[in-house]
Design a protein around this ligand. Structure first.
Ligand SMILES: [Zn+2]
Length: 329
């Protein structure tokens, strides 16, 4: 009986593969360079090699594979498994990656976007294990997200749902990269947090950060803000708290909209701990209705960098079981 569900995380630098059990446990994994500069077929071969290595590590062979799920960046059609033009895979245009990998591997292959896959990973085997409804926010250069409702990803009719970073939290607010103004991402991503810090310093606040960045505010990083918080810098704590308030504002709306059991946060910023989580929880509670506000637990992610591969495997299994648009075999 086929027992190995394979998850692949296809990035521009590395391809990772993992063998998971049917109940969301990671059995073995592999990571190797993507070789993106050598073109499409080289990348597909790297994926195949990574899967074979993870299978061997787990003591399985290809005949044990049930299905393969792949988390990929950039715009795609999740139903047909065609990637349009991923920014970190040069030369790829309208590549039917699910079909091409199916030809190589002989089992159903499913493709999903990386933020959705990470959300499903936390739902299936991480901080959201055992719940029915969950929201994931990834806090990095931008704010990404994924939403699981009654055990299924909320995708929307075109597969574009759950762009949580572009919830409007302030009318006519900061300019966002998406072209709109006042998006959560413009305040609560690492980039947004740095904008808050730079403005405060330019307004004359005294802080260790000025020394840490050598007087050049364009060199300020999220790590410097965390370091300054750890050293008891009051201004850096204020910056972190403001970022938490913006996050809590967006999360409060999500809680009213979705009534989730958990809101899971991931990304380097969450290492700040309570300095960030306290204002998030307080603001979200104040911003939401009583019942869903008390229901929703706001917690740190449990899988770290493995959420992508585990989630890709979970998505594949879920789509296999529910008939979610596999390609012809
Ligand atoms: Zn935006």
């Amino acid at each position: 009986m086929s027992e190995a569900v394979i998850g692949v995380d296809l990035g521009g630098t590395n391809v990772k593969a993992a063998v998971c059990s049917r109940d969301g446990k990671l059995i073995a994994k592999d990571s190797r360079p993507t070789d993106a500069e050598n073109g499409r077929d080289a990348v597909l071969s790297r994926i195949e090699e990574s899967i074979d290595a993870a299978l061997a590590e787990a003591g399985f062979t290809r005949s044990d594979m049930l299905a393969v799920g792949m988390g990929v960046p950039g715009p795609m059609n999740w139903q047909t498994g065609v990637l349009f033009s991923p920014p970190n895979l040069p030369g790829w245009k309208d590549v039917p990656v699910a079909d091409l990998m199916h030809e190589r591997l002989g089992v159903p292959v499913f493709v999903d976007n990386d933020a959705n896959v990470a959300a499903f990973g936390e739902f299936w085997g991480g901080a959201g294990r055992g719940v029915q409804s969950m929201v994931l926010l990834t806090l990095g250069t931008g704010v990404g997200g994924g939403i699981v409702v009654f055990g299924r990803l909320l995708r929307g009719i075109d597969g574009t749902a759950a762009e949580i970073g572009h919830l409007c939290v302030k009318r006519n607010g900061r300019q966002c990269n998406c072209g709109a103004k006042g998006c959560l991402e413009a305040y609560a991503s690492v980039t947004g947090m740095l904008r808050t810090a730079v403005k405060g310093i330019e307004d004359g606040h005294e802080t260790l950060l000025t020394t840490l960045c050598g007087g050049d505010l364009s060199k300020l990083t999220g790590k410097m803000i965390s370091d300054a918080v750890a050293q008891g810098d009051g201004f850096a704590e204020w910056v972190m708290e403001q970022t938490g308030v913006w996050l809590g504002t967006g999360i409060g709306s999500l809680i009213n909209l979705l009534n989730p059991e958990k809101v899971v946060l991931t990304g380097g910023m969450i290492a700040a701990g309570e300095v960030l989580f306290r204002p998030i929880r307080e603001t979200a509670l104040a911003q939401s209705f009583d019942v869903p506000g008390r229901r929703a637990e706001i917690v740190a992610a449990g899988l770290g960098a493995d959420s992508g591969v585990i989630g890709a495997a979970g998505c594949a299994l879920e789509r296999l079981q529910t008939g979610g648009a596999p390609q012809a075999s």
